[in-house]
Design a binder for this molecule. Structure first.
Ligand code: SAH
Length: 478
């Protein structure tokens, strides 16, 4: 380890900055965030610093650095463009045993400034030991995107209950397990969802339960949209919940590559879903979710695409509500938008379509009984989910109700995956295309003039390999 990482308390303490340019301004910004009392020595100031001085945020001494400036400070930063001056500041500070940083000159520094992820009171500092500040910044931005902004609020919440928990749990191992559960469970999720009051109540409930019967703890259900197939398209929240669930309930529309992201030791329950070949009925699935949650488990109900778009998410949470099981719904990218993007077909376009309709080509009794007149209106894009089985009727009825038979239409099979296949044909020739190309589910059908843009805008060709592997698939989600 080249450096010892520490977090320095400078609140209310004097800090010296030498130099009046942008570089000094950046450092001062940080020192101010940490509450430092800043003395700035420089003959001239850039505009940004002048404003700070005018507002009384820093004390300015308008002259060159002199030896007497050093003593009495908790921290010194040299940000002049004069190497000799910087060197002198560094030497003097060391003589006084004051931590010193000389900007862009690690050799003269007794400490270096990390890249910071600030979720106060949670702070993460990244350093490459001064070797590559750019790399540190890149790492920082990666971490930024993994760590929800609400972590700071979570830490505050925990802090407010720490004493209470300390009094109830003496054993440190038990205490650790308690906090681990809180920080990965419902309380944390409520904070991330911005529901601070509910989080407080939930935390209090967890604390109250410490001395009562722990087995009475209720679990919860996460109804999570896994997107259309490409694992890159799941949300950060989905990923987090996937990694903290005790059991996952999934069906065929969820690609195996996505299942791989679920916590390794989570129990996996397949509830199938194929047309007229249900492994479990919807009612049974609803009951299963309730039972698992009542056993105190964190249940991940993983759905293809978005749970609220032809995903029967509404029915599942209705049962959960009746049974008073806590749940949350995490949206996913629905097949229509995922497939359309990857096929270069904008679903709306000022010249072609001012509206877009998502419609199911499959009704409960197996028929396709739709409002054809409405679907056949001009100036819109119609996306059929689960439409393969009824493709003959869809093509026939749309034409019979006034859509020109030449209207460009697309079939997108296993969209967003590396097995994606895209076929474009006129509306009247769609059924023929399905048979000729042996199109299999899952496939969406896009009908509308926007499809003509496919040849111009496509960028993702299925033959460019990538997400491979067998994906046993079904057209139907009910
Ligand atoms: N909740 C899902 C839809 C479930 S209905 C969502 O929001 O996407 C199942 C239908 O979705 C399939 O029959 C198919 O029409 C469509 N579908 C789902 N994933 C798909 C994919 N990767 N490629 C093409 N169509 C897909």
């Amino acid at each position: 380890m080249d450096y010892l990482p520490v977090f320095l308390k400078i609140e209310g303490r004097p800090c010296l900055v030498v130099g009046g340019g942008q570089v000094a301004a950046r450092k001062i910004e940080l020192l101010r965030k940490a509450g430092g009392v800043i003395k700035l020595v420089a003959p001239e100031l850039c505009d940004e610093l002048s404003v700070l001085v005018r507002d009384g945020a820093v004390t300015h001494i308008a002259r060159n650095f002199s030896e007497g400036d050093i003593a009495g400070n908790n921290l010194v930063i040299a940000a002049t463009d004069n190497e000799e001056v910087n060197g002198r500041i560094s030497r003097l500070a060391r003589e006084h045993c004051i931590p010193v940083n000389v900007v862009d000159n690690p050799d003269l520094c007794s400490f270096i400034m990390p890249s910071i992820i600030d979720r106060s009171p949670v702070q993460i500092a990244v350093s490459t030991g001064g070797k590559s500040p750019v790399l540190a910044r890149l790492l920082r931005s990666r971490l930024e995107s993994y760590i929800p902004a609400a972590y700071g609020r979570l830490a505050d919440l925990v802090d407010s209950s720490r004493n209470q928990v300390k009094q109830r749990i003496r054993d440190s191992k038990t205490k650790l397990i308690f906090w681990e559960k809180v920080l990965q469970g419902r309380v944390a999720e409520l904070v991330f969802a911005g529901k601070e009051e509910a989080a407080k109540t939930a935390l209090q409930k967890e604390i109250d339960a410490i001395t009562t019967d722990d087995t009475a703890r209720s679990g919860e259900v996460y109804l999570v949209g896994a997107g259309p197939g490409d694992p890159d398209l799941i949300t950060f929240r989905a990923l987090r919940l996937m990694q903290q669930s005790d059991v996952v309930v999934y069906d065929r529309l969820v690609a195996p590559q996505i299942l791989d992201l679920v916590r390794r030791d989570a129990e996996k329950i397949y509830v199938g879903k194929a047309r007229a070949k249900h492994t479990l009925t919807q009612e049974n699935i609803n009951q299963l979710l309730v039972r698992l949650a009542k056993e105190g488990k964190r249940v991940l109900r993983l759905k293809g695409g978005d749970p609220f778009i032809f995903g029967r998410g509404g029915e599942e949470i209705e049962t959960l509500t009746e049974e008073q099981i806590p749940f949350q719904v995490v949206p996913g990218i629905t097949a229509a938008s995922g497939c359309a993007s990857y096929a270069g077909i904008p679903l709306t376009h000022r010249d072609y379509a001012q509206a877009c309709i998502f419609v199911t080509g499959h009704l409960k009794d197996g028929s396709v009984d739709l409002d054809w007149e409405m679907l056949a209106r001009p100036g819109q894009t119609v996306v059929f989910y689960m439409g393969l089985h009824g493709i003959d009727q869809i093509s026939r009825e749309l034409i019979a109700h006034g859509i020109p038979k030449e209207t460009p239409s697309a079939l997108i099979q296993q969209g967003t995956t590396f097995n994606q296949r895209v076929f474009v044909a006129s509306l009247d020739r769609l059924p023929e295309m399905v048979r000729k190309e042996d199109i299999k589910p899952p496939t969406i059908i896009i009908v509308g003039n926007v499809v003509s843009l496919h040849s111009k805008l496509k960028w993702f060709e299925p033959e460019y390999g990538g997400m491979s592997g067998k994906w046993e698939i079904s057209e139907y989600s009910d």
